[in-house]
Design a protein around this ligand. Structure first.
Ligand SMILES: [Mn+2]
Length: 462
């Protein structure tokens, strides 16, 4: 038996990234591109591994973008199977999501495993909703949906439920797919909720292909677990994951398990490019030198980019870090932003300044105390946040006090009380900074006393 299907995930329709409406169009275009190519490739069905939409509440234009492609699939007689992702789930207790709306109109089949009394069960399909669906004879798809921290347990329960199925329940099924909005632990640093590979193995005897989503970084395990990654670029760091694509899966059940049986090719949509720059401020003695260095980097990158159209003008992400080699007041972020915009013909520029001000850095290393650096960083960060920008020094004291109290550790209620008192004092204009009682407590207990800052950790590096 031979067939082919498209596995796509994390489309994030309706995402106005950086509040730019052209970004929502970019996301729609990526979806249009892969669906049209899947239709041209004559796929037998499509699986969406969650997060078709970027959020629960979408606008008319976003619904239209989804509707058009799903209608086209329906027109070609291609079933589309979806599971809910975390971004588009209805609120707890709330009936109906936009995926439910699309299901009610016969545009998607929405799969979800039931968990009652700690047991997984797969309801038969009713009104386009259920635990499993056969998009064509011989192919069965189960769907889990998003289960958050409960995912590892949910996957194990699904395996137990499949173990318990009577043999005749799967008569005639030659290929089984399991769709879940989760990953594999360890594939993405910081992801703590995905099942481990070991936990996934419980599903191995029952499934031929696991269709994952949620983790925007693509990966594949064992010719069995597949995660396509995000279709467009939801965060600047995703740009480095060049293999993100929809997966065109060609199956020949007569072949032995492995890449012969399940052949996967990537359908990579046209994506708007991101250009990222990490600029070490330590190397430049004055503001002009820093701006010149930025201009040179931008010019060099522009030369590598070729002709740009409206669809390929880049998103530019600039990170300044290190220690500023000159006074903070002379740092002209606007000039750097404008230079990037004009040289790179950028569609959007974002400058993130993580540079430590020189006022802190200039102190003799022997007297360079952690608190000064810490306070400088807090003040610098808070000055950039609207609600703290009027008095960043005072809020820095609040942040340091709270941190010290947590380090002691003080009981949470005391920290909350102190925070309320300090917030009120700032509002009343009576805040006197420190020493606060919490600062004294920290010093008395010997926690977080001033330490000499190791000068090696501020050595300039490119
Ligand atoms: Mn997502």
């Amino acid at each position: 038996m031979q067939f082919r299907f498209l596995h796509v995930s994390d489309v994030h329709l309706g995402f106005r990234q950086y509040n730019e409406s052209f970004r929502a169009s970019d996301f729609a275009q990526a979806f249009r591109d892969v669906i049209d190519r899947a239709i041209a490739a004559k796929v037998d069905f499509v699986i969406i591994g969650g997060d078709l939409f970027h959020k629960r509440a979408i606008d008319a234009q976003t619904l239209d973008q989804a509707f058009r492609r799903l209608e086209l699939l329906k027109h070609h007689g291609i079933p589309c199977i979806a599971i809910e992702g975390n971004h588009e789930m209805a609120y707890y207790g709330e009936e109906g999501s936009w995926l439910g709306f699309l299901r009610a109109r016969g545009l998607i089949t929405l799969l979800q495993t039931d968990f009652a009394e700690g047991v997984a069960s797969f309801a038969p399909l009713r009104n386009g909703r259920g635990g499993w669906f056969d998009p064509m004879p011989g192919v069965r798809v189960y769907g889990l949906g998003y289960k958050g921290a409960g995912t590892p347990a949910a996957v194990e329960m699904c395996a137990l439920a499949l173990d318990a199925l009577p043999p005749d329940a799967r008569e005639g099924v030659a290929f089984t797919i399991f769709a879940a909005h989760t990953g594999v632990l360890g594939e993405l640093p910081g992801d703590a909720l995905s099942p481990t590979l070991h936990q996934w193995m419980a599903m191995r005897p029952h499934t031929d292909y696991v269709a994952l989503g949620h983790i925007h970084k693509p990966f594949e395990k064992d010719d069995w677990l597949y995660n396509p990654g995000s279709l467009e670029t939801c965060a600047a760091n995703e740009w480095a994951w060049n293999d993100r694509a929809a997966l065109l899966v060609e199956v020949d059940t007569d072949k032995a398990p492995g890449p012969e049986r399940t052949r996967v090719t990537r359908i990579k949509p046209e994506r708007r490019p991101f250009a990222r720059f990490q600029i070490k401020t330590d190397l430049h003695g004055d503001a002009e030198a820093l701006e010149t260095a930025c201009t040179e980097k931008f010019t060099q990158r522009r030369a590598e980019m070729g002709v740009l159209t409206d669809d390929t003008k880049p998103m530019v992400d600039i990170i300044l870090d290190g220690v500023l080699g000159f006074e903070q007041a002379l740092l002209n972020l606007h000039a750097i932003e404008e230079s990037a915009r004009s040289i790179l013909e950028a569609a959007h520029v974002q400058v993130k300044n993580f540079a430590i001000p020189k006022s802190g850095a200039r102190i003799d290393p022997d007297h360079y105390v952690r608190e000064d650096v810490e306070r400088g960083v807090f003040v610098d960060l808070l000055a950039k946040v609207t609600q703290f920008a009027d008095n960043p020094d005072e809020w820095a004291s609040v942040a340091i006090t709270v941190k010290n109290m947590a380090n002691v550790p003080e009981p949470p209620e005391r920290i909350v009380d102190e925070l309320a008192t300090m917030t009120q004092a700032i509002a009343d204009g009576t805040f006197n900074g420190h020493p606060s009682p919490a600062d004294l407590t920290a010093e008395e207990t010997g926690v977080n006393v001033a330490r000499v800052y190791a000068p090696t950790s501020i050595t300039p590096a490119e």
